[in-house]
Design a binder for this molecule. Structure first.
Ligand SMILES: Nc1ncnc2c1ncn2[C@@H]1O[C@H](COP(=O)(O)OP(=O)(O)OP(=O)(O)O)[C@@H](O)[C@H]1O
Ligand SMILES: [Mg+2]
Length: 159
């Protein structure tokens, strides 16, 4: 398994608003062509984080982005470009991600991916991963940078 090149500290997420705010903050730094995996068990806050990120990306605070757990992917547009929100929990094989357009997404869009471990060998070597945890109600987040994405670590100084 590929090792993270750099990792942030584990940061507390006191409430749902903190998870949404972290997503919004990440939206200001991420760009099309980048990949952010959202890891963590069922209910850890992956979709909540993605919602905060998508609202900031589109500039639409009233948006209620649905969880793409059945459609696998939802596509959004913002001033900075296209964003794909994927939830790969139901993916049966990594190759199925190619059928929903993974390669186009990686080449053209910011990819926000719940359950990125489902991609197996198709996981992009240059990527970021946010690990969300819920330890008896104490929620936390830790960001890791893999491969060339590590060059961006200093821009995420708040983490
Ligand atoms: N920091 C937080 N503190 C307390 N509750 C939170 C926090 N972040 C998210 N939640 C709540 O946790 C619940 C589950 O969140 P969410 O649906 O985002 O999880 P998920 O990781 O996407 O789950 P799944 O694996 O089922 O897709 C929601 O009710 C959400 O409001
Ligand atoms: Mg979810």
């Amino acid at each position: 398994m590929q090792k993270a090149a750099v990792e942030s500290e584990e940061r507390p997420l006191e409430d749902e608003a903190a998870t949404l705010a972290l997503g919004a903050r990440l939206a200001g730094l991420l760009r099309p062509g980048e990949f952010l995996g959202l890891k963590g068990p069922l209910g850890a806050g992956k979709t909540t984080l993605a919602r905060g990120l998508i609202r900031a990306w589109t500039g639409d605070d009233a948006l209620e982005p649905p969880s793409p757990s059945y459609t696998l992917a939802q596509i959004y547009e913002g001033p900075a470009g296209v964003l794909w929100h994927m939830d790969l929990y139901r993916l049966r094989t990594p190759e199925e991600a190619l059928e929903i357009g993974l390669e186009e997404a990686l080449a053209t869009a910011l990819c926000i991916v719940e359950w990125p471990e489902r991609l197996g060998p198709l996981s992009p070597p240059s990527r970021m991963e946010l690990a969300l945890r819920d330890d008896q109600g104490r929620r936390t987040a830790r960001l890791s940078w893999f491969g060339d994405a590590a060059a961006r670590r200093k821009e995420f100084g708040f983490l």
